[in-house]
Write a protein that binds this ligand. Sequence first.
Ligand code: ZN
Length: 222
Amino acid sequence: MDGPRITTVGGRGWDCNQYLVKDAKSNAFDLVDAGHGLDFERVLGQVAAVMDPKRVRSIVLTHEHLDHVNGLPHWRQVGARIVAPRGVAAKLREGRDPTSEMFGGRIVKLDPDDIVGDGDHVRLGDRDFEVLETPGHSPGSSCYWDAQSGTLFSGDTLFAEGGIGRFDFPDSSLPRLYESVLRLGKLPVRVLHSGHGSSLGAEDAARSVAASVRHVGQYHSG
Ligand SMILES: [Zn+2]
């Protein structure tokens, strides 16, 4: 069976990758992450090349850093629902995130429409992805997993080429990142879409996740 239909938008400079996932039956799309918002016009153009942006049904967030959430007000204006993991929702309600502030920015202050936690499912395109809470890079970090197609949206928890999220931020945690990456390492990942950098398919994805597990282990034991 075919995997989900995914188009990558955004991702220029320090902006995060944003992934459009298509639901062909209802001609609707869901978007993973909102980007930093400074590139919104360009992102909107990329989205419009694929579909009517008004068909974006929801924005599903991987974590609370400003390069992933500050585009939210634009999307809310377009009419999309905002879906946030518990830890992300708490930060958005306050409009405060110490890591984003360390970089000289502030995160947007808003109330998400839906709040999800570990083991819940979120609609992305035409399938239900499982929410995996993977704290470490940030307290609210979460991944989205479709076991049927082996598709993982990993946010900034791990990246292609064995990369792992930064854990030197004010509220990041190496022990928690270690546990989270190990958890992802147990999944039979066949498609990897992370918050920055390139996406991977098939053996490359599995190899890369295994390399991330080794990578985080070097720091954790050292
Ligand atoms: Zn981040």
